[in-house]
Design a protein around this ligand. Structure first.
Ligand code: DGL
Length: 261
């Protein structure tokens, strides 16, 4: 394995950009290929075999392009396939899961809301995670269908997005949550809107920076850090290139080139 080889990052769509931003900030010398599976998003309401098949197509493409490590920047796909892919493919996989552990440190009243996709909340991996860490607190799960589609369409401040958020956050408010875990990488892009609805005193837990730190640790352990001067980011999408490009531009605030996949 050559240290100059790229890191592959993928998500069902654009949510993983929240992870990508931290990875690029922390590891500016790394070359990154970002794949948005926007043509097949959302994953959250699909069954395991669909998610496995899509993740496999993308993983094999990234490996064929020479990936030295892969970040599954999607809670739903991580829950579904990370263990089997780690055994099957001979490179490191870094995944993302709802940040229950940091939420337990932050909560004052012991009531934590978990916003995630239906698929993540129904997974065995999430059941194990909540059993492992959830004994001392009350976890209130809130599936949030529809939010991923709004973010994919770049409709962050649209009234239709605010309506959905109000429904989901009111349900959590009934349980007096003082801490909310963003258990889907897309939701990072709605932190401002979530604060507007839930109030400034609610603590939001976003794992995307922790994932970048975990990637840095793994690359260090495996002696895979890049030592060349500057890294790069290349964006690919399985969906409409124009739509993906305009949504990425509005989410990141700058112009990027998106290639078809
Ligand atoms: N960003 C994905 C996640 O973290 C969204 C899944 C979906 O496409 O529904 O779960």
């Amino acid at each position: 394995m050559n240290n100059n080889q790229h890191i592959g990052i993928f998500d069902s769509g654009l949510g993983g950009l929240s992870v990508l931003q931290h990875v690029h900030q922390l590891l500016p010398r790394e070359h990154i290929l970002y794949i948005a599976d926007s043509g097949y998003a959302p994953y959250g309401c699909q069954d395991n075999s669909f998610i496995e098949q899509r993740s496999r197509v993308i993983t094999e493409h990234l490996i064929a392009q020479g990936a030295k490590a892969i970040v599954i920047a999607c809670n739903t796909a991580t829950a579904s396939i990370i263990e089997s892919f780690r055994q099957e493919y001979g490179i490191p996989f870094i995944g993302v899961e709802p940040g229950i552990k940091p939420a337990i440190i932050m909560t004052k009243n012991g009531h934590i809301g978990i916003m995630a996709t239906t698929g993540t909340l129904a997974s065995t991996r999430y059941a194990e995670l909540s059993q492992r860490f959830g004994n001392s607190v009350n976890l209130h799960n809130q599936a949030c269908p529809g939010l991923v589609e709004q973010i994919e369409a770049g409709l962050l401040d649209d009234p239709s997005t605010m309506r959905l958020l109000t429904i989901y956050l009111n349900a959590l408010a009934l349980n007096q949550v003082d801490t909310i875990v963003l258990g889907c990488t897309h939701y990072s892009f709605l932190s401002t809107q979530i604060r507007q609805v839930a109030g400034d005193t609610t603590c939001l837990i976003d794992s995307s920076y922790a994932i970048a730190e975990q990637l840095a640790r793994v690359l260090e352990q495996e002696n895979l850090r890049n030592i060349t001067m500057t890294g790069s980011i290349h964006y690919f999408s399985t969906g409409s290139i124009n739509k993906t490009k305009s949504s990425i531009n509005s989410l990141l605030g700058y112009d990027v080139t998106v290639n078809p996949l």
